[in-house]
Write a protein that binds this ligand. Structure first.
Ligand SMILES: [Zn+2]
Length: 484
């Protein structure tokens, strides 16, 4: 049995895991009960949690204590609390945490070792990093209570009438095998949490497959594994759906899970048709693993009992219901180690003005999350190979660490790389590292003929959203961006 020592990063402890499992079950039961009572119960439980979180943050986080020093000493209301951004929090990482042993240097040392992926930092915290949709790197620490809540939210979704019978059938007929097709090479939220989830609920028997594999290899591996559940990014699911339609992929999952990127209604319908299975779409972020889930009507329902999501304009004033917001302020009521309170998430959301036909008591939204393009590149033999944007960004993020980048496909066999770093020596070192990593990756996809060029300009934000899209497919979109 693994014994947790304050200075050790332990593997999953089976005794602790079963305690966590019961914690998840009781959370799931509580969530189900609250939601069954209705909107008032959901709101009341959120209000109580907001109150507790604000008091806790002020007491335990030196950053918030200082940030809120001019606010009344008791009975804070969420709407009075000043907004925080990723740079505010990352810039004060040690003071932001509510446990003094969680420091940026200790976390950096932990993350530097890839063998720690899915292991617990200091024996109790899960850590992941992200570039996020603004391209700014972040490191996020989750405590065990938050992880139990994320698991419970997914478990509740799996027990919903729409999903439950397919989920149960997947267990009975296919042994409940789950395939997670994700970026496996680093401490990303999806793989870090899924490696951990492999021990318990709700995927009892899960195996991770690398999104970096050439498609033909991935298809062969999935065919051999025959999963009952398939979880991946929307763009990867869409690529796998093409393989299914072409008859090369012969798996018959009963339930699909998508997350990590924007899923359009048409893409969702195409995936569901190809597999004859439901897609459960999760809208989440590194700052809060599970913000909302999709329902049978295709809307996203915010977990209003565990998450506060405020649509706001450019000046952080509330956006009316039915109108797309400039950004959204996120408050994560589950995680205490790094309190996320009125955090500028950067995503545009639209709150639906009408109740949803599915009967859910939770508010529903439309969210515009990460939107990168699938690249279709021409190989030496004239065949086109399609690549998932998350595979490409994982390859580049691996070697760019703290810098922004943008990949623009300018021709069938050419990718321009835009780097944000300007200092000549750093820039040259980074370009060589990106070139090496991308060339190796492309060669494995039978695309060793694809030319890579270092673009003179830095990454260009999307003129509408202001976000840096990291992978852009067409030369038209790059030209329109460049003119801004
Ligand atoms: Zn609904």
């Amino acid at each position: 049995m693994a014994v947790s020592h304050p200075n050790r990063h332990t593997a999953i402890d089976p005794v602790k895991a079963s305690v966590d499992w019961w914690d998840t079950c009781s959370r799931a039961a509580e969530i189900g009960w609250t939601r069954a009572v209705g909107t008032a119960a959901v709101n009341a439980s959120a209000a109580r949690r907001v109150d507790e979180l604000l008091r806790f943050a002020r007491l335990q986080s030196p950053f918030y204590r200082e940030h809120w020093r001019t606010l009344p000493s008791d009975r804070l209301a969420l709407r009075d609390v000043p907004v925080v951004t990723k740079s505010d929090l990352m810039g004060r990482f040690d003071d932001w945490a509510t446990d003094r042993s969680v420091t940026s240097s200790a976390v950096a040392e932990f993350l530097a070792d890839r063998s720690h992926i899915g292991q617990l930092f200091l024996g109790k915290y899960l850590v992941w990093k992200s570039s996020g949709s603004t391209g700014e790197p972040g490191v996020f620490v989750q405590d065990s209570a938050a992880l139990a809540v994320y698991d419970a939210l997914l478990a509740v979704e799996m027990q919903s009438p729409r999903v439950a019978s397919r989920y149960a059938w997947g267990f009975l007929a296919q042994g409940g095998r789950a395939a997670l097709v994700v970026a496996t090479g680093d401490h990303f939220a999806s793989i870090a949490s899924w490696q951990r989830v492999c021990r318990g609920t709700p995927w009892p028997n899960a195996r991770a497959f690398s999104v970096m594999e050439p498609m033909s290899d991935l298809v062969a591996q999935l065919n051999a594994y025959q999963p009952a559940f398939l979880a991946s990014y929307p763009t990867t699911l869409a690529l796998l759906a093409e393989e299914r339609r072409a008859g090369r992929l012969t798996i018959a999952p009963t339930c699909l899970w998508s997350g990590g990127e924007y899923l359009s209604a048409s893409s969702r319908a195409g995936i569901e048709r190809a597999f004859g299975a439901l897609v459960v779409n999760e809208y989440g972020a590194s700052e809060c693993m599970s913000i909302a889930h999709s329902c049978a009507e295709g809307r996203l329902h915010v977990h209003g009992d565990w998450v506060m999501l405020e649509p706001v304009d450019h000046d952080y004033r509330p956006t009316p219901v039915g109108e797309p917001s400039h950004t959204a302020l996120l408050t994560n009521l589950a995680n205490r180690i790094q309190p996320v309170i009125r955090y500028d998430l950067g995503d545009s959301i639209t709150v639906s003005p009408t109740p949803c036909g599915c009967g859910s008591t939770l508010p529903s939204i439309r969210a515009e999350g990460r939107r990168d393009d699938v690249l279709s590149l021409r190989a030496r033999d004239g065949q086109y190979v399609r690549l998932s944007p998350l595979a490409l960004t994982s390859v580049v993020e691996d070697v760019t660490v703290d810098h922004r980048f943008q990949l623009v496909q300018c021709a069938p066999d050419r990718i321009d790389v835009r780097l944000a770093v300007s200092e000549p020596r750093q820039r040259s070192a980074q370009w060589h590292a990106v070139q090496r990593a991308l060339s190796q990756y492309l060669a494995r996809q039978s695309l060793d003929n694809v030319e890579l060029h270092l673009a003179s300009q830095p990454p260009v934000p999307d003129p509408r959203s202001g976000k840096v899209r990291e992978v852009i497919a067409s030369s038209e979109s790059s030209e329109s961006s460049d003119s801004n």
